[in-house]
Design a protein around this ligand. Sequence first.
Ligand code: HEC
Ligand code: HEC
Length: 422
Amino acid sequence: MRGTWLGSIVVSSFVALSACTGTQFTPGTDTESDSDTGSETDPDTTGGDPAAGVLDLPDSPYNYAAIELPAHYVSSLARGMDNTPDDNPITDDGATLGRVLFYDTTLSANNAVACATCHVQKNAFTDPRQLSVGFDGGLTGRNSMSLAEARYYRNGSFFWDERATTLEDQVLLPIQNSVEMGLTLDELARRVGAQDYYAPLFEKAFGDSDVTSERISLALAQLVRSIVSFRSGFDEGMATAGDVGAPFSTFTAEENQGKALFLGKAGCAACHLDNGPLPPGTQPGQPVPRVNQAIFFIDFATNNGLPYAAGDDDNGVGDVSGIPGDDRRFKSPSLRNVALTGPYMHDGRFESLEEVVEHYDSGVQPSPNLDPRLRVPGSPEPRKLNLTPAEKAALVAFLATLTDQPLLADPRYSSPFLAQTP
Ligand code: HEC
Ligand code: HEC
C-alpha cells in the first residue's frame, strides 16, 4: 500500500529551505565550499557532543517531511505515483540520519566510498563516469542512476533491471555489493555502531540508539525519497501556464518548440511523462492522455530499441524474470536534470543529449520486444522521426529546462561532514 502525501500541503514548510537558498546558484557551484559549515569554530572542545568536530548539522533538523511542492506535484495523479510505504514515512530526523549515512565512507569495507561517491549532488545525484569505481577499484556493471523522483516510480522497483522491489531493499544492496561497498549487514551495523556520532542520531530518528541494518535501510530510503526536483525552469513555466500543453511565457521560442515536440511529434511524453500502460486498443504512435505533468518518468521498464553489440549480454529485466519477452527492457530514471546526468542509458553509451535525440530520430532498432510506441503505426518496423536540425536542437533545449539548480546546491542534500569524505 502506498502512503498518502501527508505533508504536501503544509504551508509554513518553506522556512528551512528558503533560509538556505537565499543565495543565487550558478551552474557548477561547489556545494561543499559555500555554506556555513562552521569550520571557523572547530575543533570543538566543549566535550559531550559526539558529533562535535565531525558533523555540521543544524540545531533543529531541516525540513524533509513537509516540503511544499507546487500545484502540478500535488495533483491526485502525481500523488498516486508516490511509492512511500505506510511503515516508513519521511521524518525530518530520519532523513537527517539518512543524509549522514549517505555521505559516510564508514559504509564501505575500506572507508573508500560512500553512496555520494557515485551519486554526486552537483551531477543530479549520478556519476559523470560511464561506469562507477567501487571501494576496491572495481567497475560497476552499469551507469549510475540519478536519484531525484525515486519516490514517484509507481511500481516501487529499483535499478535499471528493476531487481529491487522496494527502495528499503534497494539501499542495502550497494552496501553488500562486492564491487561497490563490500560489507555484510552485520559488519555494517557494527561499523556504524562504532561511530560515536550515530547514537544521538538513531535516538532522534527511532527513539533509542540501537543500530540495526534495518534502521539504516529505513533512514537511507527516507533521504532518497525526499529528493524531489521541483524548482527548474520547467516548473516556473508550469506555475505560470498551469498546463504542460500551453506555451510557457517564461520559455524561449526554441524551448516551447522543443516542449511541443516532446509532447507531440517526437512522442517522448508517451513514455517519459505519461506513465502508464497504453489504454486498450491504442495504436502505435497515437497520442494518449497525459496522466501527470510533473514527474518525467516512464512507469515501467521498456525496450527503447538501442542497438546492441555482439557480446553484450545485459538483458535487463529479462535476466531477472527469465521471461524472453522482458529481454532488453530497462527502467529509465526520471528525465529531470537530464542535461546533467550523462552519460546516458543503462550502459552510459551516449555522451550527449544530441546523441540521444539522434537515436530516437533514426537509430531505433527492430526487435520483437521493441515498445509499440517506437514503431511505425500498424507495423513492426521502428519509426523514424525525420526531425530537422532545428527541431533536434529544440528538443535538447527543452530537456535543459528540467535542470533544477536549487536542488543541486540544497544544503539538505550536501555533505554534513566537516572534513570532506568522498
Ligand atoms: C560504486 C558506485 C555506487 C555506490 C557506492 C552506490 N551506488 Fe547506487 N547505483 C550505482 C549504480 C551503478 C546503479 C545502477 C545499478 C544497476 O541498475 O545495476 C545505482 C542505482 C541506485 C539506485 C536505483 C535508482 C533507480 O531509480 O532505480 C538507488 C536508489 C541507489 N543507487 C542508491 C544508493 C545508495 C543509497 C547508496 C549507498 C548506500 C548507493 N546507491 C551507493 C552506483 C553506486
Ligand atoms: C517506448 C518508451 C520510450 C520513448 C517513446 C522514449 N523513451 Fe527515452 N528512454 C526509454 C527507456 C526504456 C530508457 C532507458 C533505456 C536503457 O537505458 O536501456 C530511456 C532513456 C532515455 C534517456 C536517458 C536517461 C538516462 O538517465 O540515461 C533520455 C535522455 C531519453 N530517454 C530521452 C527521450 C526522448 C528525448 C524521447 C523522444 C524523442 C524519448 N526518450 C522517447 C523509453 C522511451
